[in-house]
Design a protein around this ligand. Structure first.
Ligand SMILES: [Zn+2]
Length: 247
């Protein structure tokens, strides 16, 4: 028997009684568990296999499949359900993780990021826009696509007032160095955006959510972080499009 802690990212019903759940674990990436008799499980153990339940799972491996034995809830993010935009943003987080995290990979930092984002979202402690940008940029950094935040990628200036962020390069260029570059997707941003991206990709987890930015900086950051994620996922997820219809 294997014991792991994980967050339920998706539920799929199978027949009358059973379901599959995808969970994000600390040590094995995203795994799929078969839950037998899910409809009959009530109360505490039933809630532990619901969407956005963070639980301790006991499971067995048989014939290449994983079967749930029992589950004990650690935290159920009930509060997310009180806001349509909140639950939609959480669904986008879940679908994104399922799209880019594989089974068998070490995902302790990704799990920690998602749990933190859901916590701040559930409690309303940060704006949805800020949480979305933190999630997008930090997730990409954790899975190997950290943007280059040293400064201008060409001349090395640390803090130019105006910059261009090139989606394909994943780096910033100052105005002088950008001039002759070939066309591509880029965003013209101010220094506060570079500072925010630096914080998001480099800060320790304890300090990750401890910063504030103005509304105009947030707008630039939102456009940049979303485009950078879509570029690396190579598609727009349906949950992203749905969330954008609500805001
Ligand atoms: Zn430069």
């Amino acid at each position: 028997m294997i014991i792991t802690e994980g967050l339920v990212l998706k539920e799929r019903s199978v027949g009358e009684q059973d379901k599959f759940i995808d969970i994000l674990t600390k040590e094995s990436g995203v795994i799929e568990l078969s839950v037998k008799g899910a409809r009959k499980i009530n109360g505490k153990s039933g809630s532990s296999t619901q969407l956005f339940a963070y639980s301790r799972f006991c499971y067995d491996q048989r014939n290449g499949r994983l079967y749930l034995n029992s589950a004990e809830p650690i935290h159920i993010f009930y509060g997310l359900r009180s806001s349509l935009t909140g639950i939609s943003l959480a669904s986008y987080f879940a679908e994104t993780v399922r799209s880019c995290v594989q089974t068998g990979s070490d995902t302790e930092s990704v799990l920690r990021l998602v749990l933190n984002c859901l916590h701040y979202l559930e409690k309303g402690l940060r704006s949805e826009a800020l949480l979305k940008s933190i999630f997008e940029l930090r997730l990409l950094s954790e899975i190997g696509f950290m943007p280059d935040v040293v400064g201008c990628r060409s001349c090395g200036r640390f803090e130019p007032e105006r910059l261009f962020f090139c989606i394909r390069d994943g780096g910033f260029f100052c105005e002088d160095c950008f001039v002759d570059r070939e066309e591509g997707d880029y965003f013209k941003v101010g220094l506060p955006v570079l500072s925010a991206v630096r914080h998001i990709v480099l800060a320790d987890f304890d300090r990750l959510f401890n910063f504030r930015i103005s509304e105009s900086v947030q707008q630039q950051l939102s456009a940049l972080s979303e485009a950078y994620l879509v570029y690396h996922l190579e598609r727009r997820l349906p949950t992203l499009d749905f969330y954008k219809t609500l805001i």
